[in-house]
Design a protein around this ligand. Structure first.
Ligand code: GLU
Length: 475
């Protein structure tokens, strides 16, 4: 077995597979022989000595599938006919046999449906993540499914909604995206808009999709058409997948939505009935696995896509207007850090960021906007050295008000910039974007306080934050 064919196997497991002449993809039988003992001497066990006996119920047949590179060197993984994977420990009592040769995995794309000239144009940009993945059940490998032809195979309904073009921009999990990827993506979106698309859809991993949504909201100003990010919590080959419903709704919103903002389209609730399109600067991943993981924060969704209808939930949006001239501002600073306040936070963390050349620090303060007084010296010193220090509340919902308690007032006096009702992730992305536009702290502070993409709402309404009555500060 070559290094490539070994697909994650190493050590004892790899040796056993080589000895058995097996490669990933082969159909194999693995029989575990157990040492059995008996008290009574018989003709078969030579007076109570341990003997190896085949245990039929411990024989497994299936396809040898790749192992995770971080897996140990003692197990092999077999995909059984039932579809389940079983990990089997390789010991001297385990016999591995090849019973069928593997064939290379193949996915035959269905023919492309005809483009209907009367339909609007949409570009679907794929960046990776679950929505762009399909598990090959023969080998267990995950592959990107969002080439143009694969896409139609997975969601053929799209050809009745729009003339679809697709482009694979990245094929990576969203936790691996950086400011450089946001910049590249913003430029590609802009090019498609300048070429006259009627809407843009970006298929994205859900983990950091809200960060990218915020980044694009700041980078793509004065949009003429909608830019909709979409993800899935379950890949498209699983019965419970939300990939198709989310993608269809995203294409509908991008091509027929009356708004021209950056939005994020995902399940509104656990049911498939409605997909919520939330503002790119006001949405957060709130659950590790539920399909309705994204929740609007301190605002309502812009729209719902329900029964093929787009239901607007607000009139606070920029109207679609093909004639509007997009303004592209794709620079983001990498010299920005987030410091979450917690009881016992060591202020040396702030000093360390300043020392290594940080130009902006986003403090995740407690409550209405507080950080313990034992951090004041470090914060004051950072500001004196030209670092922009801003603050958003770790409460997520609600608005900072740093005038209520003297801790807040002291921080304001040091020069900390309060970021209203922005939650920390959007605030962080905004700080990165602001310092990508200017290195002048005064100008940066001004930009930070300017509402660029609906990241501040004028007032946080009680019904939007899921509580009855008003908050302590009257907001
Ligand atoms: N962690 C990966 C990502 O964010 C996969 C999870 C997902 O797509 O939801 O890209």
């Amino acid at each position: 077995m070559s290094k490539r064919e070994s697909s994650g196997y190493k050590g004892e497991a790899l040796k056993a597979l080589i000895n058995a002449g097996c490669q990933v993809g082969d159909v194999i039988r693995v029989t575990r022989y157990e040492k059995t003992y008996t008290d009574k001497p018989s003709s078969r066990n030579y007076g109570g000595k341990p003997v190896k006996q085949p245990c039929e119920e411990k024989a497994y047949e299936g396809i040898l599938i790749p192992r995770s590179e971080t897996g140990d060197d003692k197990h092999i993984v077999v995909k059984l006919k039932s579809g389940y994977n079983v990990g089997i420990r390789v010991t001297p009592e385990v016999k591995i046999e090849k019973i069928g040769k593997g064939t290379k995995p193949a996915f035959a794309s269905p023919p492309l449906p005809e483009q209907k000239p009367e339909l609007p144009k949409v570009i679907i940009l794929s960046t990776g993540g679950t929505i762009a993945s399909r598990v090959d059940y023969r080998t267990g490998a995950v592959r990107s499914a969002l080439s143009a032809s694969d896409l139609y195979g997975v969601v053929p309904e799209l050809s009745d909604i729009a003339r679809v073009k697709t482009e694979i921009v990245f094929s990576i999990y969203s936790e691996n995206l950086t400011q450089q990827h946001w910049k590249q993506l913003a430029k590609i979106v802009a090019e498609h808009i300048w070429q006259g698309t009627d809407g843009v859809v970006i298929a994205h991993g859900t983990d950091t999709m809200a960060y990218t949504a915020a980044a694009l909201s700041f980078a793509l100003q004065n949009l003429p058409v909608p830019v909709i990010l979409v993800g899935a919590q379950r890949s498209s080959d699983r019965p419970s997948s939300d990939a198709a419903t989310n993608l269809i709704a995203a294409v509908q919103a991008a091509t027929r939505g009356p708004f021209a903002d950056v939005g994020l389209a995902m399940h509104e609730t656990l049911s498939d009935i409605a997909i919520a399109v939330s503002r790119g600067t006001k949405v957060r991943k709130c659950h590790t696995s539920r399909r309705d993981t994204f929740k609007p924060v301190n605002g309502r969704p812009i729209a719902l896509v329900k029964n093929n209808e787009i239901i607007m939930l607000t009139d606070n949006y920029q109207k679609r207007d093909a004639a509007r001239k997009l303004v592209l501002k794709p620079e983001f600073s990498e010299a920005v850090a987030i410091v979450k306040f917690h009881p016992g936070l060591n202020p040396a963390v702030i000093d360390w960021h300043v020392k290594r050349g940080c130009k902006g620090i986003l403090l995740e303060g407690s409550g209405l906007g507080h950080v313990s007084k034992y951090c004041f010296d470090a914060i004051g010193n950072a500001i004196k050295r030209g670092v922009v220090v801003a603050l958003a509340s770790q409460c997520i919902w609600g608005r900072v008000n740093m005038n209520v308690y003297d801790t807040g007032r002291d921080l304001l006096a040091l020069g900390v910039v309060p970021l209203e009702d922005m939650f920390p992730e959007t605030a962080l992305v905004k700080l990165m974007w602001v310092l990508g536009q200017t290195s002048n702290p005064k100008e940066a502070k001004k930009l930070l306080k300017t509402n660029i993409a609906g990241e501040f709402s004028p007032r946080t309404m009680a019904e939007e934050i899921g509580v009855e009555g008003e908050s302590a500060d009257g907001n």
